[in-house]
Design a protein around this ligand. Structure first.
Ligand code: NI
Length: 258
């Protein structure tokens, strides 16, 4: 069974055929569980709606570092309330730091939101889904300072070095791996996958983004995780079935879905 630990089916890229895909297409393609990940306070209700409509959907709610502008500490109780009221919300995410690109960012505000949400996760006993792009040093510093290992978390769409991956694994966090693993220029991630214990890998799409080869550049969906799993099977020298079984167990343990 495919367990997609990180998807964005509320994205407008699915507007034309969402019901067709989520109401049958995904399951026909071997998908058994999906966690839809929120990003922006204004659109978090869309994740909740998806989990109410589709029994095999669960949700994560959080403020993405690109979406913190204009939000302050007074907005935190809104997120807290949504997480408490909706039983199918299994994590806080995606949260973290994003310094990518050369446009102006409020980095102090990103850091505040990252810390506030880590503390909220500890309070509510939920794991966190971490987004970190071009911000390795600051991310690791905050994760260590907040003792994220004791909260539980995944470094989603892992994009850093093998050395940092070792630290992440040592903290007890998971490494999230998706379509990039199949890319020609995905050598660094293949090294990370080879080094990371199977028990600490979660498979994800980040759909509609990051479709694996040979669909690179097209709209992604959870069925394509089979291609990522195939690549991982080759790297690890085990069967596709074993990869799917172990990563499903990992995801169930991570999101407490048994
Ligand atoms: Ni994402």
């Amino acid at each position: 069974m495919i367990f997609d630990t990180h998807a964005h089916y509320d994205d407008a890229a699915f507007d034309a055929d969402r019901e067709e895909l989520l109401g049958g297409g995904l399951q026909a393609g071997g998908v058994g569980l999906v966690v839809n990940i929120g990003t922006d306070l204004k659109t978090l209700h869309q994740t909740i709606e998806l989990t109410e409509r589709y029994p095999y959907f669960y949700g994560a709610l959080g403020i993405h570092p690109d979406c913190v502008d204009g939000l302050n500490e007074e907005h935190l109780p809104i997120l807290r309330q949504m997480l408490l009221e909706h039983k199918k919300m299994v994590a806080i995410g995606e949260i973290g730091l994003d310094y990518h690109g050369d446009y102006e960012r409020d980095i102090p505000l990103q850091k505040k939101w990252f810390k506030w949400q880590l503390r909220l996760a500890r309070e509510l006993k939920l794991p966190v889904v971490i987004h970190s792009r071009d911000a390795a040093a600051d991310t690791m510093e905050i994760l260590k300072a907040e003792d994220a290992g004791s909260i539980g978390g995944v470094m989603h769409c892992y994009s850093y070095s093998v050395e940092i991956a070792r630290e992440v694994v040592k903290m007890g966090l998971y490494i999230g791996i998706g379509g990039v693993l199949t890319f020609k220029n995905g050598r660094k991630l293949k090294e990370v996958a080879a080094e990371t214990p199977m028990e600490q890998i979660l498979l994800e799409t980040d759909c509609p983004y990051l479709a694996p080869t040979p669909y690179r550049g097209q709209r992604n969906d959870s069925r394509n995780i089979a291609l990522v799993a195939q690549e991982l099977a080759q790297i690890k020298g085990i069967t596709l079935e074993e990869v799917l079984r172990i990563t499903e167990e990992n995801a169930r343990r991570f999101y407490k879905l048994w």
